[in-house]
Every structure is written in C-alpha cells, then in structure tokens.
Ligand binder design. Sequence first.
Ligand SMILES: C[S@@+](CC[C@H](N)C(=O)[O-])C[C@H]1O[C@@H](n2cnc3c(N)ncnc32)[C@H](O)[C@@H]1O
Length: 291
Amino acid sequence: MISSNCQMGQGSASVKISDADFEMIRDFIYSHCGIYMNASKKYYLENRLSRRMCATGIKSHEEYGKLLRDGVRGKEELRHLLNELTTTETRFFRIMPQLSAMENRFLPEIVEAKQKIGFRKIRVWSAGTSSGEEPYTLAMILLEKMATILKGWTVEVIGTDINETILAKAREGIFNGYAVRNMPEYYRKKYFLEENPERYVLSQEVKKLVTFSHLNLYDDSRMVFMKSFDFIFCANVLIYFDESSKAKVVQHFYNNLLPYGYLFVGQSESLHGVNDRFKTVHFPGGFAYRK
Ligand SMILES: C[S@@+](CC[C@H](N)C(=O)[O-])C[C@H]1O[C@@H](n2cnc3c(N)ncnc32)[C@H](O)[C@@H]1O
C-alpha cells in the first residue's frame, strides 16, 4: 500500500521492501552500472525506490522490477532511478595535493614531452563529475597555464556522469556560497561573478573549456571511445563499486590514457588488488597512477 504522502504529491511512498525484491533490484542496478549495495543499504534503496514508485504510480517492488526490465521504458526508468540513487557530494579544489602535483610536476613533464613531438593538446577527463566543481577546477588551473607553458595549446576538459539531473546543473555553471566556500580567493574573484552571497556565476572563459556528457562508466560500448587523455580524475566514484566492477572500469581508464598519462582517485581509494599495470607515483600528500 502507498502512503497518503505519495498521493498528496509529497514524494514518499512507504512500501517495505522484501529481501527477495531488494536483491532483485539491487542486482539489476549492479549489472547496469557497477554500483553495488550490500544488505546495509536495504533501507536506503527502499527509500529511493519509494520516490520513483510515487512518480510512476507503481504500488509494489515486484511491479517496479518489471518496469525496469521493460525495454525502452525500463531504460528510461533506470535513468530516473540512478538520478535518485547516486551520491553527488563534491566541491571546488577538493584534493589540493593532487591538483598541485598535476599543475607543478606532471603537467610540465607532459608538456615538455609533447612539445618535442609538436603535439600541443592536453585532454583531461573528470569521470563521475557531479555538478561540475572538479572539471571547472581543472579548467581554471589549465587556463592559468595558457598564459605560460600552455600558450598556443588546445585544452579540453571533459566531465561525464551517469546522473543527468546533476549534469544539467554542471552545465549551468552557477554555484551557491556553500559550493565555493573552500575555493582560493584568487580563483573566485577572477573567474566568478558574485551576484549575491548565494549566487556565483562562472565565467564563459572557463565554461568553454569544459564539455559535459552523460556516460555510464560501466558501459563498455561507450568507454572504448574515450580516448587519448593525459589525465583522468575519478575521485569518490569507485567507492560505490565492488572489486570486479572497479577492475573493469580501471582497465578502461588504463586504455583511455595516453602513454605516461595519470589517473587520480579519491584520497581514501586505491587500486590495490584491482589493477597492477599502473605505476604508483608519490608526491607530498598523496599519489597518482601512471600508465
Ligand atoms: C561523490 S560524487 C564525486 C564527484 C567528484 N568526482 C569529486 O570527487 O568531488 C560521485 C559521482 O559519481 C557518479 N557516478 C556513480 N556511478 C557512476 C557510473 N557508473 N558512471 C558514471 N558516473 C557515476 C555519481 O552520479 C556522482 O555524481
């Protein structure tokens, strides 16, 4: 039975999920995007499903499971469900040691090597980009370099995510006070128009370096086309994956990087036991993986 909250359009249907339905829907989600939910996530999933059951007017988890399997309708519904399920916490300049290692050590190395072969292009990918703070941070850092070592170079930053709602927000490039709270003042003043303390509008100069697109990291057919990156940042995304789905995605990253390209993961993440083809490169406050 669906609660009155849902009928009143308040967005929460309270239907208890059985263990069998939890496993059926959990496994379906896992097989499509690699996100794995163990038994401790049962009530989290129940809560998120309730919103979709409200929106679709479906009254049982079994029926909802059937909708997910229903061809084009199912695909569309899965997109909505994933928008509800994904954790999108992010911020500007989130992992400073990584950013300064990229800016001051790895980027100059790559620029020098590419300079020698006359290939003046840098490509950076923020995989699991959320509302855009990460790729825009990278774009601002690279933009600064376009006055010096990247003068005359082409710079491309790609942000991808499975959550379409958050991508729409990323494309807008408008942020609140909370989002910009830890940003170095230099960048905030230079690249944002502060319309009021709750509305910061990112400059076109930064926005035009970044392209966003919808991409499920677990989708092999799309991942093989992500080519020729110098840097991949995939922070705080693979924590939602199990070992085998992580291994699959990380192998793609390896193939997506140019020789000597770098992969950065979150501060509490590692590729230990997941992929041994990368070389670990340490720097003050962290490490990166080099192809
Ligand atoms: C916690 S945010 C991390 C944002 C940013 N990388 C950072 O560290 O600040 C995780 C993002 O990964 C995305 N995500 C989760 N599973 C994904 C998948 N299979 N494919 C693509 N993106 C995924 C989520 O939608 C979410 O926006």
